[in-house]
Design a protein around this ligand. Sequence first.
Ligand SMILES: NC(=O)c1ccc[n+]([C@@H]2O[C@H](COP(=O)([O-])OP(=O)(O)OC[C@H]3O[C@@H](n4cnc5c(N)ncnc54)[C@H](O)[C@@H]3O)[C@@H](O)[C@H]2O)c1
Length: 295
Amino acid sequence: MKNVAVIGAGTMGNGIAHTFAQKDYKVQLIDISQASLDKGVATITKNLDRMVAKERITEEDKQRTLNNITTYTNMEEGVEYAGLVVEAATENVDLKLKIFQDLDRFCPDDTILASNTSSISITKIAAATSRPEMVIGMHFMNPVPIMKLVEIIKGYSTSQETYNMVEEISKKLGKVPVEVNDYPGFVANRILMPMINEAIETLYNGVAGVQEIDTVMKLGMAHPMGPLQLADFIGLDVCLSILNVMYDGFKNPKYAPCPLLVNMVMAGKLGVKSGEGFYDYSESRKAETVAKMFA
Ligand SMILES: NC(=O)c1ccc[n+]([C@@H]2O[C@H](COP(=O)([O-])OP(=O)(O)OC[C@H]3O[C@@H](n4cnc5c(N)ncnc54)[C@H](O)[C@@H]3O)[C@@H](O)[C@H]2O)c1
């Protein structure tokens, strides 16, 4: 399998495309927005430049990686030869169901369809296709080129053969795959999101400020990044959507999103990608923000 289509060129999609391309897969990067594709390729280029500067890869590796990526705004054209599709579009259930119906129509019969969803049921996504045994969760972590884990989620109908293929591909990417069953939040977010939500609740209740909460968790618990900073990196809209899926899925109030998180998402304060979340990422404040984060 040499051709991998990646749907969505946002935070995760460009990282997934980068990772496959660096391991010599031919990547078809597909997004409905040309601006997202341009931004995604610019991000990949910048990240590769950083790797060259650190002498982790050579200039030739960088060029080879970029040459392995082709961009498309038309899904049907992009997936024509794909052996594997990794969907990393916006976290919205109706959108994903529609994308998987389209993928099922446009992809060859033997194409494995994987979703990078953080929380939406793989079983539900699979049921939108005529090949549920070939649908699987391939949950990469952010930033994808650096983070080792891939949570591989088996839906109710996912075949062992599909699992084995995706496990092998994950290993070829230099990642460590972990097998997980399909329940809301899987493992990573079921544990991480309540912690992030509690950090936001702590801020909302006025117990401590942003930097203070993050410092407690960094220096007290040896976390490499505070939970509020991590939420900014993940995207506050993504955090809210994952909490809502767990709240609905388990019918348990412990997953209810903090009203402050809901308000920030409604106000468009989504974290790094929108330029502001718990920290300010605007150009004029970037240096100050970075200094605070590493304080
Ligand atoms: N952000 C994280 O840290 C993180 C971590 C693990 C998994 N995820 C999951 O990865 C997925 C993507 O998240 P993200 O943070 O990269 O989102 P994002 O908002 O950064 O990017 C989403 C991209 O999808 C594109 N898109 C929307 N509809 C599309 C369609 N019909 N076809 C093609 N492209 C389309 C958008 O234009 C955008 O570029 C979500 O399912 C999310 O839950 C996110």
